[in-house]
Design a protein around this ligand. Structure first.
Ligand code: F6P
Length: 344
């Protein structure tokens, strides 16, 4: 069997480890032939691919980014029509590809399920720093992003305390606030603002002021997709991303001056941005990604197509793609309530 491996969407620490795990198990143990497409579907369209074998993945477990490259180029020229799939199958035959391993988040796994429905053999490997994919407890990359964001909070704390300022840190999280929640809890933030739970400016300022009244400089952690109560729009930057969605970012820069104006406490904004996606994965993400790759290769051998290698407790289980796509895994009410009681 010849398997095409492909990454799509934003990169996520651990992608290299996942490809390594899948290759070591798939090629060395199961005897598959494997190739990796360069820059996701762009490489598939242009016929740009590299053979995957043991030497090709040597030493990659701890390396950030993804050596194959990734992009948000779509797999089909114009949507989901039969003509597109015919064209898709022509390409598969041309490259001799029998099956795919697709490494990606929601968008990518939705494509995986479309291909599965069309009879293309595919297994999904879930990744995203946002951790918003259903069908898995955690996605690889999330733990690394949380570690980086927590370290940023620790660093912002000392300068914020020195100047008695309110520090507002913006982290990624378009629809789900997992990074903000976990990093904010780890750093003991005075307020954590998530896309799932709008809060009013007055409430946010109360938390900041009550922190100050206890002699504390406030740390506010905000996910990029957070909306103030009463607003239905997240703060966006110019332009659209590769999936045609507005580019988010800048909510901290909007909130900090508002907090300063309403509380009289000097405030500073930091947008962590792509720092939280870069660099070496944590040990947790390396292990999770490697196990995900191994499980995907085993699933290919067993013909468990149309599934996603999801973490369930301590086990990697092959979850039907239909269970993973179509609904985001957002922060549940009880997780927010648990931490909100101690804000301020
Ligand atoms: O990977 C998902 C994500 O981290 C979102 O939280 C964020 O909006 C997006 O990536 C930004 O990625 P890019 O700048 O690569 O489009």
């Amino acid at each position: 069997m010849r398997i095409g491996v492909l990454c799509s969407g934003g990169d996520s620490p651990g992608m290299n480890a996942a490809i390594r795990g899948a290759t070591l198990r798939g090629v060395d143990v199961h005897g598959f032939e494997m190739v990796g497409f360069i820059d996701g579907w762009r490489g598939f369209h242009d016929g740009e691919m590299v053979p995957l074998d043991r030497p090709a993945v040597r030493g990659l477990s701890g390396v950030g980014g993804v050596f194959l490259g990734t992009s948000r180029v779509p797999p089909f020229a114009g949507g989901r029509g039969e003509a597109d799939l015919t064209e898709f199958r022509v390409r598969m035959a041309e490259y001799g590809i029998d099956a795919f391993m697709l490494i990606g988040g929601n968008g990518t796994q939705t494509v995986a399920s479309i291909l599965d429905e069309a009879g293309v053999p595919v297994v999904g490997l879930p990744k995203t720093i946002d951790n918003d994919l259903s069908g898995t407890d955690y996605t690889f990359g999330f733990d690394t992003a949380v570690s980086i964001a927590s370290e940023a909070i620790d660093r912002l704390r000392t300068t914020g305390d020195s100047h008695r300022r309110c520090m507002v840190l913006e982290v990624m999280g378009r629809d789900a606030g997992w990074i903000a929640l976990h990093a904010g809890m780890a750093g003991g933030a005075q307020a954590i603002l998530l896309p799932e739970f709008p809060e009013s400016l007055e409430q946010g300022c109360d938390w900041v002021t009550s922190g100050r009244d206890r002699g504390r400089s406030s740390m506010v952690v905000v996910a990029e997709g957070f909306k103030l109560a009463g607003s239905d729009q997240a703060v966006t930057r110019e332009g659209l991303d590769g999936f045609g969605r507005p580019r988010l970012g800048g909510v901290a820069e909007v909130l900090a001056p508002l907090i300063e104006e309403h509380t009289g406490i000097e405030a500073r904004a930091t947008v962590l941005g792509h720092v939280q996606r870069g660099g070496a994965p944590t040990a947790f993400d390396r292990v999770l990604a490697t196990r995900t790759g191994i499980a995907a290769a085993d699933a290919a051998l067993a013909g468990q197509w149309g599934t996603l290698a999801g973490l369930r407790g301590d086990r990697i289980e092959m979850v039907p793609l239909a269970e993973a796509v179509g609904r985001l895994k957002t922060v549940p009410e009880y997780r927010y309530a648990e931490v909100r009681l101690n804000f301020g």
